[in-house]
Write a protein that binds this ligand. Structure first.
Ligand code: GLU
Ligand code: MG
Length: 449
């Protein structure tokens, strides 16, 4: 993955997994234990593995007890990355295993691998690239309103904003590259203190591993620059939201980009259309897997470019799926889909697994997409929206979880044990915080992701 050359450089290895609350949990191995990273691994309880909510509340499901039960986090050393040579700190993603040596049914990284490996259609290959948005704050006492101070003052997307955090941004890109994460572009986003880092497309598992790694790297570099960073969907209520859009490319037989068919309307091949239809058809029942915090649904509102409307369209930033056609003559290399409702509170392994499972299903069912929407869908009348099949995604976490709980499709993809553990962790969040003022929820989770 990066310039990792050997264990002799490593003082400690962070063996981490992302849990059902979307939080990266960790156990570290000191130098003397490194050889056991991929055999014995690290020990975890069920709670740390997959039953904690965002506030560290312990949940239980009929199949899983938070108190009794052990598992191991086994490091995947094919994805190990050195974080920095001076400190000797390295990172590796873990798969969760039961003590009998079988992959634990709740392991979300294994679930993503399974969705790809089990696809009947092995000649259809996907790659994934993330656009990671974050908000950077000064590490200073809070303002009287109780909110931290954003590290940039605007204007949106301005050179001025970037220069305000120039040393952080440049150090972040260097550190990401050192860790093996290829940055394609970075820029100040719409909101004050908001930045975006876009990463090169990779095979899906590697793309998610690198996203998780990138968040570790960005958090470290921010701290080293006296800044605090948040990947929460809405770090300040009333301010801009943070997305974590998933760009999806698909090629048949490893060569033909199914989203670049010059002869087809809008350039989307029949197969590309099936993928779009497959994702759209499952988005209402699956959206709780793409975010899953109370604030994910504060984010999913019209005019935040978060894709709150169930439709697709070329270059349409208000559609749940923005079709990116690419420049003239470059479609074959560039054309892709951007799935916008994903945010930083998601477990990204589950989010990508849900999108890919829906896409494969659309192809298998020969699903037919609705017509593309080429205007802001919120400007259409209710009758026009109905006529074109445009609906709003669920308005809150509670209704999104109801849809997920009833989904036979996602139950089939993830199995009862994993899905019920996911529902329990997120249901707690909805029950405990769904009725609280959003400002309080933002304060609670701002530094958790
Ligand atoms: N910040 C927006 C979101 O929450 C996305 C803005 C953009 O299109 O880059 O998804
Ligand atoms: Mg953006």
């Amino acid at each position: 993955m990066n310039r990792f050359v050997g264990f002799d450089q490593v003082r400690a290895l962070l063996v981490s997994h992302v849990d059902n609350a979307g939080i990266s949990r960790v156990k570290a191995l000191p130098h003397g234990r490194l050889l056991s990273a991929s055999t014995y691994g690290v020990t975890n309880s069920n709670s740390v593995g997959f039953l904690f909510s965002v506030d560290d509340h312990l949940n239980a499901t009929p199949a899983l007890d938070p108190i009794v039960g052990d598992l191991r986090g086994i490091a995947d050393l094919s994805a190990v990355a050195m974080l920095d040579a001076d400190s000797g700190l390295a990172w590796a993603p873990a798969d969760l295993y039961a003590l009998d040596g079988s992959p634990h049914p709740t392991c979300t990284r294994s679930a993503l691998r399974r969705v790809i490996d089990d696809a009947d259609d092995s000649r259809l290959g996907f790659t994934v690239g993330f656009e990671l948005e974050c908000t950077v704050f000064r590490d200073e006492p809070m303002t009287t309103s109780g909110a931290p101070t954003p590290a940039t003052t605007g204007p949106a997307y301005s050179t001025r904003s970037l220069l305000e955090v120039e040393s952080f941004a440049l150090a972040a890109v260097d550190a990401l590259e050192f860790a093996g994460v290829t940055v394609q572009q970075f820029h100040p986003e719409f909101g004050t203190g908001q930045l975006e880092f876009a990463f090169a497309p990779q095979d899906p598992l590697r793309a998610v591993d690198e996203l998780v790694l990138a968040r570790v790297v960005l958090t470290r570099v921010a701290r080293a620059h006296g800044l605090l960073i948040s990947f929460a969907p809405v770090p300040i209520i009333g301010g801009a939201s943070n997305g974590c859009h998933v760009h999806l490319s698909a090629a048949r037989e490893g060569r033909r980009n199914v989203f670049a068919e010059p002869a087809a309307t809008h350039g989307v091949s029949e197969e590309g259309g099936r993928i779009i239809a497959g994702i759209l058809d499952r988005l209402e029942e699956g959206v709780a897997l793409l975010g899953g915090s109370v604030l994910s649904f504060t984010r999913l509102r019209p005019h935040s470019w978060a894709g709150a409307d169930l439709c697709w369209g070329p270059a349409n930033r208000e559609a749940a799926i923005r079709y990116v056609p690419g420049q003239a003559g470059m479609g074959a290399e560039q054309a892709n889909l951007e799935v916008k409702p994903v945010d930083g509170a998601a477990n990204p392994y589950l989010a990508v697994a849900a999108i890919l499972a829906s896409a494969f299903d659309g192809v298998a069912r020969e699903a037919v997409p609705p017509k593309p929407v080429t205007v802001d869908p919120s400007t259409l009348t209710a009758a026009q929206r109905r006529g074109r099949g445009i609906r709003s995604l669920p308005a809150d976490l509670g209704s999104a979880l109801d849809r997920l709980e009833a989904s036979q499709f996602f139950r089939g993809v993830f199995g009862d044990v994993l899905l019920d553990a996911y529902l329990a962790t997120r249901r707690h969040e909805w029950e405990a915080y769904g009725e609280r003022p959003p400002e309080e929820v933002a304060e609670l989770v701002r530094w958790r992701y």
